[in-house]
Design a binder for this molecule. Structure first.
Ligand SMILES: [Fe+2]
Length: 268
């Protein structure tokens, strides 16, 4: 599959709000009235921000759980700063509009850059965190019989798939920032594709042959590996297999095969 246009990287600012909490000491009945009034006021004040808000899902493991393959400082910055910036900005971009599930938001993302970059960034990272696990656990997982058969059909075997993955993730293939994906295509076969920036295969127009459904994805932005690996992206790509949770990938495969939709993520 061939990729089309590349979006510019974006930088964003976050905003915060403060609320003044009253401290009256009324009698019991008037205290209830005051509390009710305060709560109603607070709810009204929060409503515009929260009614349309996506959320930052916690990592399902500790920051240092993926060491030595991915270091704790990288995980902390990656999740708390980078992912959170995408989140802040997709909430800004969609504020006041009916909330659309983050999976469905991907479909027409190329029509609007805030959705494309920030909505893609939120979905991609939420997807990424949940497919990884500490090596002690990850090493006991493996492709299911069904997924292994699909991998064999498309690539020969798992090692051959990893070779193609390494080639697709190399700086020469995804130049600059982007992602590599294992996807279920419309013909129900598996393919490996790369996407620039925060694009993903769920977005109409990113892949030449239509949308495809990711079951595994790798962030190859420098922010995902530079503290530990510097310019050695291939070493990061190789090491990352040690923390892939195949139980989750199997689950993703079953979901997309059955539904032909993007895998739901935490953070809606
Ligand atoms: Fe990232």
């Amino acid at each position: 599959m061939k990729l089309i246009s590349i979006a510019c990287a974006t930088a964003f600012l976050s905003s915060t709000s403060a609320y003044n909490v009253p401290s009256p000491k009324p009698a019991a009945s008037s205290r209830r009235v005051a509390l009710k009034t305060f709560t109603a006021g607070l709810t009204a004040a929060l409503l515009p921000a929260t009614a349309n808000a996506y959320t930052l899902p916690d990592l399902p493991y500790a920051y240092d759980a993926l060491e030595p393959y991915i270091d704790a400082p990288t995980m902390k910055f990656h999740h708390d700063k980078h992912h959170n910036t995408y989140l802040t900005n997709i909430n800004k971009a969609t504020e006041g509009k009916p909330q659309v599930n983050i999976v469905d938001l991907q479909t027409n993302a190329l029509e609007a850059n805030p959705i494309r970059n920030s909505g893609g960034g939120h979905y991609n990272h939420a997807f990424f965190w949940d497919e990884m696990e500490a090596h002690d656990k990850a090493k006991n997982t493996a492709p299911s019989t069904a997924l292994a058969a699909a991998i064999s059909k498309s690539f020969g075997d798992l090692d051959a798939m990893k070779e193609k993955w390494a080639a697709a993730a190399a700086p020469g293939a995804v130049f600059g920032s982007g992602w590599v994906w294992l996807v279920l295509a419309a013909n129900d076969e598996l393919h490996i594709v790369g996407t620039p920036n925060q694009d993903n295969p769920l977005m109409k127009g990113v892949l030449k042959d239509g949308v495809a459904f990711p079951i595994l994805g790798l962030d190859v932005w420098e922010h995902a590996y530079y503290l530990n690996y510097q310019n050695r992206r291939p070493d990061y790509v190789t090491a990352w297999w040690n923390v892939v949770n195949w139980d989750k990938v199997n689950e993703n495969y079953e979901y997309v095969l059955k539904n032909h939709k993007g895998v739901p993520v935490r953070g809606n």
